[in-house]
Design a binder for this molecule. Structure first.
Ligand code: BES
Ligand code: MN
Ligand code: MN
Length: 458
């Protein structure tokens, strides 16, 4: 391993140059106008994987954005098959004026590299590509059999990946799935994540009169869809943060004592947290600590609301329509399909007769939990200890990676969530960045991890 780590250490500058090229593609999966950029980004990965010595590199088209696959399977049948998953698509960049440097022209400031996708997830995909490269360059082989699948639709709910996995079960067959798309607990606190929240994302459209009306001529006689929508939203949660949808909490696994103690052991400072966000008070479900609320409890949040006149100045109008996007983070064992039904029934029930409502599900993701007592997790633990010089902590995540459950269900393969981001690196926000020390230690850790995995009997 020494030679490999020396090689990684001496390649620092080159890694950053290559990452900057990867970050230059505006691979925003939700924007139809970026379709070509997403495709070109997939081709970049293909070429990169070929250049580092991966085999069977292929860009698979889907109904949406392409999936990139590659493998290297010469470690022998006694060695585990490790499937590494990541995503090359990114979130939109708005509001653009809040970025210090352009989102697709990566810039290094201090210890960080700033660009959309740097932490989520291109930097972490690059970590694995470079760890693989180091083994193949120095040893002409990898210690384990490796399959790679890098998708382009994670940020829009992995809508076509489930079908892809179902159709390519043999191609993807693996003993363990490794995913680097989460965060460490904090600076100098490497972590292994063992649970992710799920997601149920809804859109509501409220319709009032058949056209926009003069608010003087009609106001007072006809209901206003924006007012009606505001009332609907206000009835989704009480002022203590409890969600009021009938049956919403029914399927939640009760919290275990060991887990509660484990969470309590982690240092967390509400005051510092408030300061960092410049809020005077936190808000969340009564009876739970901040970490419990973030990791173990479901949420309901309005992500966007629009309708009527929003330009400069004033227009006296009673609009015909109002809209809201509402997402719910789910925890094991809540099921997105069932939650969508409960949400729809409840919203219909509380909608006044003065307006019509139409409710649509946008995308779903199942919550995931992975066992932490396994040889795979043990190997990850040992690798992080060597790579970071510090034992990792076990954490859950508030975010979602919908495909984790699909891997568990279709491939019967456990997932190891080995994340190298930091929680405050502005994923999905302006000035997204990744700490370059963690990027570098991530490459070392991943290269050690493949080695540790090779010590396990298949
Ligand atoms: N990498 C994140 C998931 C994540 C977020 C892990 C925070 C750990 C901490 C992923 O790219 C993501 O953003 N997922 C979406 C999923 C959704 C679009 C279905 C999310 O969580 O909003
Ligand atoms: Mn991600
Ligand atoms: Mn993301």
């Amino acid at each position: 391993m020494k030679e490999i780590i020396n090689f990684i250490d001496s390649s620092k500058e080159r890694y950053i140059d290559e990452l900057i090229k990867f970050l230059a593609y505006p691979s925003i999966s939700t924007n139809p106008e970026n379709k070509k950029d997403v495709e070109e980004c997939a081709l970049f990965i293909k070429q990169h994987l070929e250049s580092i010595g991966m085999e069977n590199v292929k860009v698979y088209p889907t109904k949406g954005h392409p999936v990139v696959y590659a493998d290297w399977l010469h470690a022998g049948s006694g060695k585990p098959v490790v499937l590494i998953y990541g995503h090359y698509d990114v979130q939109p960049v708005d509001p653009l004026d809040l970025w210090t440097s352009p989102p697709f022209a990566a810039e290094i400031r201090g210890e960080n590299i700033y660009a959309r996708g740097s932490a989520d997830d291109k930097g972490q995909v690059m970590i694995h590509m470079k760890a693989i490269e180091a083994h193949l360059k120095k040893n002409k082989s990898l210690p384990v059999n490796v399959k790679l699948i890098i998708e382009g639709e994670e940020e829009i709910g992995s809508i076509n990946l489930e079908d892809f996995i179902a159709e390519h079960k043999n191609l993807l067959k693996a003993d363990v799935v490794v995913i680097s798309d989460t965060a460490m607990y904090d600076k100098d606190f490497p972590a292994i994540s063992y649970a992710l929240r799920g997601l149920c994302y809804m859109q509501i459209e409220v319709t009032g009169p058949n056209r926009d009306l003069h608010s003087g001529q009609y106001g007072g006689a006809v209901d206003n869809p924006i007012n009606a929508l505001a009332n609907i939203i206000a009835k989704l949660k009480d002022d203590k943060g409890r969600i009021l949808i009938d049956g919403f909490y029914d399927d939640i696994l009760p919290r275990g004592k060991i887990e509660k103690e484990n969470i309590e052991k982690l240092p967390f400072d509400d005051i510092k947290y408030k300061k960092s966000l410049e809020v005077d008070e936190l808000f969340g479900e009564d009876g739970y600590s901040t970490l419990e609320r973030l990791w173990t409890r479901p949420t309901l949040d309005c992500n966007g609301i629009w309708g009527g006149f929003t330009g400069d100045g004033a227009k006296t109008v009673l609009p015909a329509k109002a809209y809201a996007k509402i997402s719910m983070r789910l925890v094991p064992n809540q099921q997105p399909d069932k939650i969508e039904k409960l949400f729809t029934e409840y919203v219909k029930k509380i909608t006044p007769k003065t307006v019509k409502v139409s409710i649509n599900g946008l995308h779903h993701g199942k919550p995931a939990i992975t066992p932490i007592e396994s040889k795979w997790i043990r190997a990850a633990f040992d690798s992080i200890r060597q790579g970071f010089g510090k034992e990792p902590v076990f954490i859950r995540e508030g975010g979602s990676i919908p495909i984790v459950v699909t891997f568990q269900e279709l491939l019967k393969a456990p997932a190891v969530l080995l994340g190298f981001g930091l929680p405050d690196e502005n994923a999905h926000s302006p000035d997204e960045h990744m700490n370059l020390n963690n990027f570098h230690k991530g490459i070392i850790t991943a290269s050690i991890f493949y080695n540790e995995l090779a010590k396990l009997n298949n």
